[in-house]
Design a binder for this molecule. Structure first.
Ligand code: NIG
Ligand code: FE
Length: 418
């Protein structure tokens, strides 16, 4: 047993997702303590009482820092090869992201590098990003394929994700994103590629998964529903086929144009709809009364130097489950830190630091359907916690560009951050 003590506050948050005006409920215990047993949280309360009940517990001194649930990053494209620094410069000179994509750059450029990389190379390039996310306090991270598009490379990306998850300590929740773009060998035949995805790729990916990781639930399936990529009808076809095969769903919606993706995500029972920049009032209303989490990725407009962000206050007023994620990827947002995302969310989404923290923990866990296991300091949940270098959680949003996490605890194991 391990007793974490000498804290400023233990911020428990809530056992399940926070909607509307409940967003930002931190349930702080001043100078609280947390008792862990192996991988689980046993109890939370006053240190003297917990010590009296379990005098045999080992002690972990939090040094007067704040204790919070580990951050959950519910949207990343963690696994890729190479970089796109050249495109960053092109964008600074005035080209748009979609123009670069239409001219054969963008996702297609990363696709080339990722196809060419061996499994070993891909592991070597991806591992430091997983480690950086963990050092910055992310204890669980969703990660998508989608830079291979042919089945061989998609499975190679999946293999990287499964191996990194097995290596730990970062827990990785995989997503198959064969519908990230139309690969060059289809010569712009989007309908043909959709047929390939629904009739071949999804069933084959499912058998591959059942051979490789039979003990794990099926990965999520995600689609880039966007003008010039997959339209609403094609997105519906792919997601319906995935759902019929038993895959849980996610969706990239309204990043650059409003195609109605968010409402489709709600209709099909997707666990989340993500990006949500150009989201309409009607889409917001539907998200608000659904179980589909609204995942905002403020690192993306920031990374693209765009002015428009998710209408987060509208989503909160409508009663939606607002969550935050990094979107970590080489094109629009190469950032591993959920701390920086909270700092952006306060400035551009107009969240309070408490709202941003809840959106980065319990609501982010809900965006993976894992809010019964992670995302809050609740007895019975997995022991994923952070100790901060500072006593005041608001510093997480107020300050930026520096790592305020001093210790990460994952499944009860303590990892000091140097
Ligand atoms: O979420 N929108 C699609 N996918 C990524 C960008 C991928 C890339 O540019 O490599 C995103 O922003
Ligand atoms: Fe994305």
């Amino acid at each position: 047993m391990l007793l974490i003590h000498n804290t400023s506050f233990v911020y428990q948050l809530t056992p399940s997702a926070q909607r509307g005006s409940a967003l930002g409920t931190l349930n702080p215990i001043p100078h609280g303590a947390v008792l862990l047993d192996g991988e689980r949280i046993i109890s939370v309360g006053a240190p003297a009482e917990l010590l009296l009940q379990h005098p045999e517990a080992n002690l972990l001194d939090a040094g007067g820092g704040a204790v919070l649930p580990g951050f959950v990053d519910p949207h990343t494209h963690l696994v890729w090869a190479g970089d796109r620094a050249d495109e960053f410069e092109m964008r600074l000179q005035g080209k748009t992201y979609m123009e670069i994509m239409a001219a054969g750059g963008g996702i297609a450029a990363t696709l080339k590098a990722t196809r060419a990389a061996s499994l070993e190379q891909l592991l070597e390039e991806t591992r430091p990003r997983a480690q950086a996310a963990f050092r910055h306090g992310t204890t669980t991270l969703e990660a998508k394929t989608g830079y291979g598009l042919d089945l061989e490379t998609e499975c190679k990306q999946m293999e990287v994700l499964l191996r990194l998850d097995e290596e730990g300590p970062l827990q990785i929740i995989p997503t198959y994103m064969g519908a990230h773009a139309v690969p060059p060998e289809f010569n712009g035949d989007t309908a043909g590629y959709v047929r390939f995805l629904t009739s071949q790729a999804l069933p084959e990916l499912k058998s591959w998964w059942q051979g490789r990781a039979p003990e794990r639930p099926l990965p999520f399936v995600d689609v880039f529903c966007e003008q010039g990529v997959f339209d609403l009808g094609q997105t519906r076809e792919i997601l319906t086929a995935a759902r019929d095969l038993g895959f849980p769903l996610k969706l990239h919606a309204d990043e650059f144009a409003n195609l109605g993706g968010a409402s489709l995500a709600v209709e099909l029972g997707a666990v989340s709809a993500d990006h949500l920049v150009k989201t309409s009032a009607e889409d917001i209303r539907r998200l608000g009364s659904s179980q589909t989490a609204a995942v905002s990725l403020p690192g993306t407009p920031f990374g693209l130097a765009q002015k428009e962000y998710t209408p987060a206050r509208g989503i909160i007023s409508a009663g939606g489950i607002l969550a935050l994620a990094t979107d970590l990827n080489p094109g629009t947002s190469w950032n591993e830190s959920m701390q920086f995302i909270q700092a952006l969310a306060c400035r551009y989404l107009k969240l309070t630091p408490a709202e941003a923290l809840a959106a980065a923990t319990i609501n982010a866990a809900a965006a993976l359907g894992l809010d019964d296991q992670i995302g809050s300091i609740t007895p019975g949940k997995q022991a994923d916690l952070l100790i901060l270098r500072i006593p005041d959680y608001r510093m997480l949003s107020y300050r930026y560009g520096t790592n305020l996490v001093s210790t990460v605890i994952k499944k009860g194991v303590v990892y000091p951050v140097d």
